[in-house]
Design a protein around this ligand. Sequence first.
Ligand code: SF4
Length: 372
Amino acid sequence: MTKQRPLSSETSHTPAEKLLAWYDRHHRVLPWRVTPDDYRQGVRPDPYRIWLSEVMLQQTTVEAVKAYFLKFTGLWPTVQALADATEDDVLRGWAGLGYYSRARNLKKCADMIAMQYDGQFPQSVDGLKQLPGIGDYTSAAIAAIAFDIPAAVVDGNVERVVSRLFAIKTVMPQAKVEIRKFTEQLTPQNRPGDFAQAMMDLGATICTPKKPACILCPLNDNCAALSEGEPELYPVKAPKKARPVRYGAAFIIVSPQGEVYLRKRADKGLLAGMSEVPNSDWIAANECATPEHIMQLTSAERAPFAAQWLPSGSITHIFTHFELRLSVYKADVTSIPPSNNGWWVAQQNLGEEALPTVMKKAIGAALPDTFK
Ligand code: SF4
């Protein structure tokens, strides 16, 4: 008679327990987080800091967010302080992070919390979702991390981990429903916030899009995609459509004192309310566009006024729904025609303006030392 092998302590643990034990040892130290040790001592993260970091982290890397987070919390340490700031100040602080509607919603949300919620974040997923700019993901993240509510927190990293753990064959984005269901099943009642952060860390450091380090993964015993042999196949993606290309021209206007001329973008639409250098409309050209047509779209003839426009290279910038290619021109001028409604900024002060990255690239093409 063969003896039955006892279950090892490793296999008798749930995936959440294994992941939390891994998180205790390997968590990333981030300025908005409370460490697992502090958590056990009863310390809870400030919902303001969790909210701010989560909004910043949408579409942006952790490394890029750290400096912005420290800047924002230095300037505006509380949600009330952020509500007291002007929208222009917030946009200026945000410049370079991209997706500027997030900054405007940040300000609106701070205003609402200050005026309607007595400066306190609502302590439920549904309550949080009533606030501007807070959707399924951010409400669940704040609820779990700041208020210990076992909400399923599903970002891109978690989607990847869960789709691999369960080898979900449904194509994205349709697979999101299944992924959410499985994440709900995995999320524990105990330490749901640390569990959410552990899933994010696992996705960012071990279960990476390419070459996941499965040998180091605390969930490798549970992973269906690993058993199949090709975890990189998950999440299953539909074939990508080519991004359309738009063309235009940007004009760097420099005064005799070396200042650069800026203006404000319209209050609605892409990069609304941000600063910019004068530039033409951005016009889409299909794959069959002739070189002559593209030259026309990027020509100095599209300048806001006549001047000695010198070609200063070109830049490419990727937006979510299109790629932008701008030819850059520079002119030294002594005055601006009165119909132009902008302002002059000394080159060393350009970093303080609410300039989106695309505009910084354009200025950098004509004045290479500006943003060094
Ligand atoms: S075993 Fe590999 S593929 Fe599966 S969750 Fe862990 S790192 Fe990801």
